[in-house]
Ligand binder design. Structure first.
Ligand SMILES: Cc1cc2nc3c(=O)[nH]c(=O)nc-3n(C[C@H](O)[C@H](O)[C@H](O)COP(=O)(O)O)c2cc1C
Length: 353
């Protein structure tokens, strides 16, 4: 039986326990230049001090057009690299392994940045059609991911995570709904991500962690596992499992299980994939009891906390040593998006504001 306090090695790096912080974009923290701000630094420093073993810094854009909105962090330019040093230093000072999630919105792109691009021409969120990427555009996009990873390494990150979930570009290549291509990028739906992994491995070296956030079913479990297997063969060291475009068509959770349908995607993936890299799950892991349940029953190698750690960075310590914490209210305030000014009521309670 594993214990939350047990360490874990991922590509030679020791993660001090089984608790990880999931990528959670902080709307409105960045300016239009996409650079790290003091808000990011204090946010991640506070979380690095809360006992967590690994932090995956939020979805970070690899091109300006791939941002969620204007005030979204990026790593598409050299000038954005240095600001990340303060985040990586704060993590390392607290013995926390830190990686950063790299993303492009693709078809779900914000129309303010022009016509969204993707594997195929399909309807976009404003009812128009996306532009199908040419082969040259695909290769240029892959280079943008690879260059961003190189900048991440320069900034002191222990690795990167490719955002292969939640309907964004890498996920769009995997889903038969959004990838209608008949060339090699359509025949092999893992190829786009796989070539990015190979490029990053070549440029960033053998000891750099390459993680992928990958769907637990897309559209079914077998296709998701087949894709992830290609990622692992290409050099991926760590899979964080979440949902894709069609994941919830497949019901995986037993009725008596205390965890969520989302979490069940990761639990099932760990049980059936047979892949020889650590696998995490995420979704509604908001209490020490549930976090320990997952780890102690060996349902996942690491547990990924998002809202629980936005509400209180001390949730990992509370899980490890029984100390107190403020539980997430599940109010969705953190999810309202850019420009809405919503803030976390649990944080208000914690800070007495
Ligand atoms: C405010 C907020 C921002 C998020 N940003 C990201 C992100 O940048 N990248 C990502 O892969 N998932 C993102 N997610 C999804 C979370 O990582 C996580 O998968 C989801 O919230 C479920 O976990 P939870 O129940 O612990 O919150 C975000 C979620 C929230 C609430």
């Amino acid at each position: 039986m594993a214990n939350v306090n047990d360490s874990l090695i991922i590509n030679g790096k020791k993660i001090k326990n089984r608790i990880t912080m999931a990528p959670t974009v902080k709307f409105d923290f960045a300016g239009e230049d996409g650079k790290v701000t003091e808000k990011h630094i204090s946010h991640y420093t506070e979380r690095a001090e809360g006992g967590v073993g690994l932090i995956c810094v939020e979805a970070t854009a690899v091109t300006p057009e791939g941002r969620f909105a204007k005030n979204h962090m990026g790593l598409w330019d050299e000038s954005q690299t240095e600001g990340h040093r303060a985040i990586t230093d704060a993590c390392h000072k607290n013995d926390v392994v830190v990686i950063i999630q790299l993303n492009h919105t693709g078809i779900t792109g914000n129309p303010m940045f022009g016509t969204p691009v993707g594997p195929s021409s399909v309807p976009t969120r404003d009812g128009k059609m996306s532009k199908e990427m040419s082969r040259d555009e695909i290769h240029a996009m892959q280079e943008s991911f690879i260059s961003a990873a190189v900048r991440a390494k320069e900034a002191g990150y222990d690795g990167i995570q490719l955002h292969g979930c939640h309907g964004y570009l890498i996920n769009q290549f995997v889903s038969p709904k959004t990838n209608l291509r008949t060339d090699e990028y359509g025949m092999n739906k893992a190829l786009f991500g796989k070539e990015i992994i190979q490029g990053i491995r070549k440029k960033c070296g053998s000891d750099f962690i390459i993680s992928v956030r990958t769907p637990g079913a897309e559209p079914d479990v077998q296709h998701a596992v087949d894709v992830a297997r290609e990622y692992v063969e290409a050099g991926c060291d760590y899979l964080q499992v979440s949902h894709g475009i069609d994941s919830f068509q497949v019901k995986l959770k037993g009725e008596s299980e205390p965890y969520s349908d989302l979490c069940a995607l990761g639990v099932n993936f760990k049980a059936v994939s047979g892949l020889k890299v650590p696998v995490s799950c995420v979704g509604g892991l908001l209490t020490p009891e549930l976090i320990k349940y997952i780890v102690e029953k060996d349902l996942a190698d690491t547990v990924d906390l998002a809202r629980g750690m936005l509400a209180d960075p001390q949730l990992p310590n509370a899980t490890l040593d029984g100390s107190s914490y403020v539980k997430c209210f599940e109010c969705k305030a953190c999810q309202y998006g850019p420009g809405t000014g919503h803030s976390c009521p649990a944080e208000h309670k914690r800070k007495n504001i």
